[in-house]
Design a protein around this ligand. Sequence first.
Ligand code: NAD
Ligand code: MG
Length: 392
Amino acid sequence: MIDSDRPRRLSVLGSTGSIGVNTLDVVDQLGGRDRFEVMALTGNGNLELLAEQARRFGAKLAVTADESQYVALKDLLSGSGTAVAAGSSGLDEAAEMDAGWVMAAIVGTAGLAPTLKAAARGADIALANKECLVSAGSLFVEAVKKGGGRLIPVDSEHSAIFQCLEQDQRHALERIVLTASGGPFRTHSREQMANVTVQTARSHPNWSMGLKISVGSASMFNKALEMIEAKHLFDVAPDQIEVVVHPQSIIHSMVGYTDGSVIAQLGVPDMRTAIGYALTYPKRPALNVDRLDFAKLARLDFEAPDETRFPAIRLARTALERGGLQGAILNAAEETAFNAFVEERIGFLAMADVVERVMDDLAGMAEPASIADVFAADREARRKAAGVIDRL
Ligand code: NAD
Ligand code: MG
């Protein structure tokens, strides 16, 4: 787009979420409707916001994942010129709209099917929805490759690594270092963590994000997902993936080379930088985000993650070593345990216990031959996790 006078066509799957709203802000900053043609926008709840976005950007299609909200959305958009659809077939329709760039910003495995549809028709995929990679792994990467589009990470750590990777020096890549803020319980004891509420678990010290990723930052399950995401995105071995806790969230991640050099990407914690980078790659956009003031920052701190208090990191390593469907199983069990925690059916620490039990129970599942195997493992892991939760 940025080169040509023709507007760039884009769709945002999950436009009403934290990443979705930031994406549309970036689109506005880069020229809005003069430079971009918004094809499809999708949401789940929050119909008013979805309808407002669709009108503001003149979207061709607006989709609510909730089938029962079809008529309500249709009413909100009457006379707007935006077509309306609902449910999983609606999400597929959104993914199939002719947009060259698709922001995958649905949360959880719910985003996998529509993102695969967009990938199959060759769209460039800006991937925030990390669960696609955690769950389907190399099958997802292959699907994007087969479609002919590019896969550009939006997760801040993976965007950082993507920016630091020197493509012609891949042979000299030694390790990637994912930074983690440590979340709101970085200095809590396990005893303190046992009784935390959803409200405290979701209050991230540096980033403002959706509920699932905020709780995942507190448990470090978000970092666990990101370790598996990194493996598939950058095709590295498990022992090349390190995690370091960096409470200020200024260094977004780093890449280490065989000469001892470490290259890092820094910035204020604002997802719009990574979103803008993915939207205009390989060019850098001009964005109105805060700039780093190093004198004010004064210091950057680092510490090793404590795998006793945060077993999620250990579980990610187990999943990486076991390979196969363990990523899909970890992801589905974690989503089920997260829902139970949010509904106050289990405590904060029980989330990791549930995931570990399900991963061990299903460790014998064969390598996935197709995406259908991934969906089957996802369903089985959810069923097992629900059973473990019921017996707690
Ligand atoms: P969010 O909860 O704020 O938004 C999620 C979006 O998905 C919303 O539009 C919601 O309507 C939609 N959605 C929810 N359930 C759905 C379903 N069952 N079917 C279809 N759509 C559904 O989440 P978020 O924080 O924006 O995160 C989105 C993704 O981006 C996640 O995978 C997250 O891990 C990743 N991510 C987020 C951030 C961040 O700063 N928020 C940073 C890095 C990565
Ligand atoms: Mg991240």
